[in-house]
Design a protein around this ligand. Structure first.
Ligand SMILES: NC(=O)c1ccc[n+]([C@@H]2O[C@H](COP(=O)([O-])OP(=O)(O)OC[C@H]3O[C@@H](n4cnc5c(N)ncnc54)[C@H](OP(=O)(O)O)[C@@H]3O)[C@@H](O)[C@H]2O)c1
Length: 237
């Protein structure tokens, strides 16, 4: 892995991914809205920014040119298919051999076998329609985006984040194939470690065409269910 592109680079997750990617010695391209370029000033001279909407196909084609990997923040802003347009552009236009890693939340289900607690169900059932009515966020658009990814024959990973918090890194999160696995019950990941998992996925063949649901490795549910966790990503059915 030599050069990567981060689509949605100026957000909180995006900036953490820049730090981890630069620490690995990767050359970093990035796409963000023109009004957000200033948020990346601290990386000036170390990354190449392509200003534009993340669903702008011309911008994605240019920004991902020559990249071995693409990290994509799927954000369902507005009601004009921003997340699914972003996913479609990356799937269609990133170099054929590139590893593609997408972010989303636990509410995304690949096979319908996830078991959700009341909080996520309430957010999706009550918060989703309200946010959409206000034309702020369309949670279904993130579902459409990940459905496009799941149907793709490309080398993708969809990383499903738990609730997030700020703070120092605790190391690589653990993961399971399904929400509802007891190991995930703590449901809390440091945002920097979500980013770490995204960047680590680029070079982890075991994560190709997987949709890992992650949680922080220091959570009580991890200690109770996988006391042997040491440094490797913990895969669970
Ligand atoms: N927040 C959580 O608790 C949580 C939990 C689980 C998973 N996730 C997932 O984690 C990823 C990052 O989420 P985050 O909450 O941490 O946010 P974030 O990293 O700050 O990312 C938000 C992204 O959305 C863009 N954005 C913000 N407002 C926008 C607008 N009006 N129109 C277009 N783009 C806009 C931001 O770009 P600008 O810099 O240009 O504003 C940025 O790229 C997402 O895939 C999310 O589904 C989040």
């Amino acid at each position: 892995m030599k050069r990567i592109c981060i689509v949605g680079i100026s957000g909180k997750l995006g900036q953490y991914m820049v730090e981890h990617a630069l620490a690995r010695g990767y050359e970093v391209n990035g796409v963000c809205r023109p009004e957000s370029v200033g948020k990346l000033d601290r990386f000036a001279g170390r990354i190449t920014i392509h200003p534009g909407r993340t669903d702008d196909r011309a911008v994605i084609a240019k920004a991902t040119e020559g990249c071995d990997g693409v990290l994509v923040v799927l954000a369902p802003w507005g009601v004009q298919d921003y997340a699914s347009g972003t996913a479609r552009a990356v799937l269609d236009l990133a170099p054929p051999a590139a590893r593609l890693v997408f972010s989303c939340g636990w509410h995304i289900s690949r096979d319908g076998r996830d078991r959700y607690g009341w909080k996520i169900r309430a957010i999706v059932a009550i918060g989703g329609p309200i946010l959409r009515a206000l034309r702020l966020v369309d949670l279904d658009d993130q579902v459409r985006a990940t459905d496009l990814v799941f149907a793709s024959s490309r080398d993708w990973t969809v990383v499903r984040g738990s609730d997030l918090e700020e703070g120092e890194s605790e190391g690589l999160p653990v993961w399971a194939r399904h929400v509802g696995d007891p190991i995930l019950a703590s449901n809390l990941t440091r945002r920097t470690d979500f980013a770490l998992f995204m960047v680590a996925a680029l070079t982890d063949p075991a994560l190709i065409r997987e949709a890992p649901a992650i949680t922080g490795r220091n959570g009580a549910s991890v200690r109770a269910n996988a006391p042997q966790v040491t440094g490797a990503v913990q895969a669970r059915q």
